[in-house]
Design a protein around this ligand. Structure first.
Ligand code: NAD
Length: 530
């Protein structure tokens, strides 16, 4: 994939600007470990200049300032950005691959989602004008009251590396639609496409200072930005640890924050499932984007009896009589055997699918992505962290059913095998903490109540999935899940029209949909004596 990474500067006040301290951060291609370019490293000095530029664009003195433009006017810019992203989709997708190791087809889908997100918020910006002065009914006729929805001000948007441009779009599009001016601080590990977004904004003539993009380290650029007294709100996506630090500094100024944080999401597979579908969603839910998804359903809870249908469906040679005759034991001594067989059967089902030709093409696609293939992690530290998680799981007594290491045939690159772990107890680190890599833990359960209890036994509350043909049961389980997002008979689909966010240590506030726009609006109540 021959593509050159453009050399860019910080984007402040509509212009490229060299960082005050002239520092740069190397970009490392995770597949080759080669340096392929660099990005500017902003520091507190640059934050000052960027906040001033955003404040100037937000100032209400000149009549043509961004917050006092109509939603329809702002929508035109959002649509122009969407069109440019679509025009440059192939180039942006390839840059994303080099920068964060994403498979190209996934990166290209992300670019469609980025453009779709800008289009969607263009629609909502247009709708905002008609929603102004919504009347409030009062108990006295001598007063009338209405509500104005106004942009919150200058907002800091701090994002992670797993969906570099898409996470930026989820924040930039609604913030600009609402009439806020913004400073985007993407992750130092993957900022290349966000700097290209700056180029897109320049090309479409977005007014200076409306969107500023500062690349740099969290401590050097993110922290001074989040704590800046002239920043009115911080919208953050990243780890719970960083989210906690940002909340602490925001608390000093009673600054509003929204938090999209980590997760350790469960997927429950009941006994009445179509196994092919269950296998497909289980693997997709955990290994998509190389397992580096906040909402990855990385804890598989599978009903013990699923093993019998697996054995029937795939005619496994492993003595089904033995297993049916010791049904009682399954609940006690054979749990780990069952987990193991279930997963072996899943693998078997993929190979069967492969040999069955084009009708089972979806298996081929999944197989390419998951079974037996390495998954590429964003950078060296993350790679080491994932291998440490696996080593700790082993030392705590878990069984590595498949994967668990760097693939032998790949000598360079931050590759880890897709890993499936059984014999896990609920106190193990691998069950409790977010790995953010291609690692699936498996446990069996006997009853619906047990499944729900295991699913909710976590500090996190982002996503949760249930796979069952009994829709009444799905409904019960959905209500019982302590999570912000629930998937029924699937895992991970995400639409910019629907709200996204978590509870507990996965954060608060919602992105996407109309909820995403509300994040950047304040409500002004006006009451008139008549
Ligand atoms: P991270 O917390 O290390 O970094 C996120 C961003 O915060 C980066 O831009 C970083 O430079 C910045 N940052 C770091 N320290 C900072 C500080 N002290 N002050 C201000 N900014 C600071 O997270 P990451 O490793 O980039 O991303 C992975 C995490 O993101 C995972 O936990 C994942 O679950 C989470 N995530 C959540 C969602 C969601 O929607 N809930 C989506 C994607 C990723």
């Amino acid at each position: 994939m021959a593509i050159r990474v453009p050399t860019r500067q910080l984007f402040i006040g509509g212009e490229w600007r060299e960082p005050v301290l002239k520092k740069r951060i190397p970009i490392i291609n995770p597949a080759t470990e080669q340096i392929v370019g660099d990005i500017p490293a902003a520091t507190a000095e640059d934050v000052e200049i960027a906040v001033e530029a955003a404040r100037k664009a937000f100032s209400r003195n000149k009549g043509q300032d961004w917050p006092s433009t109509s939603g329809a006017y702002r929508a035109k810019y959002l649509r122009a950005i969407a069109a440019k992203i679509t025009e440059r989709k192939s180039e942006l997708g390839k840059l994303e691959v080099i920068d964060c190791g994403k498979p190209l087809d996934e990166a290209l889908w992300d670019m469609d989602d980025v453009a779709g997100c800008f289009e969607y918020y263009a629609d909502l910006a247009e709708g905002l004008d008609a929603k102004q002065k919504a009347p409030v009914s009062l108990p006295m006729e001598t007063f009338k009251s209405y509500v104005l929805k106004e942009p919150l001000g200058v907002v800091a948007l701090i994002t992670p590396w797993n969906y570099p441009l898409l996470m930026g779009a989820w924040k930039v599009a609604p913030a600009l639609a609402a009439g806020c001016t913004a400073i985007l601080k993407p992750s130092e590990l993957a900022s290349v496409t966000c700097l290209e977004l700056a180029d897109v904004c320049r090309e479409v003539g977005l007014p200076p200072g409306v969107l500023n993009i500062l690349t740099g380290f969290g401590t050097e650029a993110g922290a001074p930005l989040a704590s800046h007294p002239h920043v009115d709100k911080v919208a953050f996506t990243g780890s719970s640890a960083t989210g906690s630090k940002i909340m602490t500094s925001a608390a000093q100024m009673i600054k509003p924050v929204s938090m999209e944080l980590g997760g350790k999401s469960p997927i429950i597979v009941f006994e009445d499932v179509d196994l092919d579908k269950a296998a497909e969603w289980t693997l997709f839910g955990c290994f998509w984007t190389n397992g580096q998804i906040c909402s990855a359903t990385s804890r598989l809870l599978v009903h013990v009896s699923v093993i019998f249908s697996v054995l029937n469906t795939y005619q496994m040679t492993s003595q089904p009589v033995l297993y049916s005759s010791c049904f009682g034991l399954i609940f006690h001594d054979l749990k780990s055997r069952i987990e193991l067989l279930f997963l072996k059967a899943l693998h078997q089902s993929f190979w069967t699918g492969l040999s069955n030709g084009p009708k089972r093409l979806r298996f081929l696609i999944l197989l390419k992505k998951v079974v037996g293939l390495a998954q590429l992690l964003v950078e060296g530290r993350q790679y080491e962290k994932v291998l440490e998680f696996i080593a700790t799981a082993k030392s705590e007594g878990a069984t590595i059913l498949s994967g668990g290491d760097r693939p032998k045939h790949l000598t360079t690159g931050f590759f880890v095998e897709p890993t499936i772990i059984t014999d896990v107890t609920t106190s193990m680190q691998i069950w409790r903490e977010e790995v953010f890599g291609p690692v699936l833990c498996v446990k069996t359960f006997g009853t619906e109540d047990e499944a729900i209890e295991l699913a909710n036994d976590t500090h996190y509350g982002l996503g949760a999935a249930v796979i069952s043909n009994d829709l009444e049961r799905c409904d019960r389980v959905t209500k019982a899940f302590r999570a912000g997002i629930v998937w029924i008979n699937c895992s991970q689909p995400c639409f910019c029209q629907a709200p996204w966010g978590g509870i507990k240590r996965s954060g608060f506030g919602r992105e996407l949909g109309e909820w995403g726009l509300e994040n950047y609006l304040s409500v002004k109540q006006v009451t008139q004596y008549i």
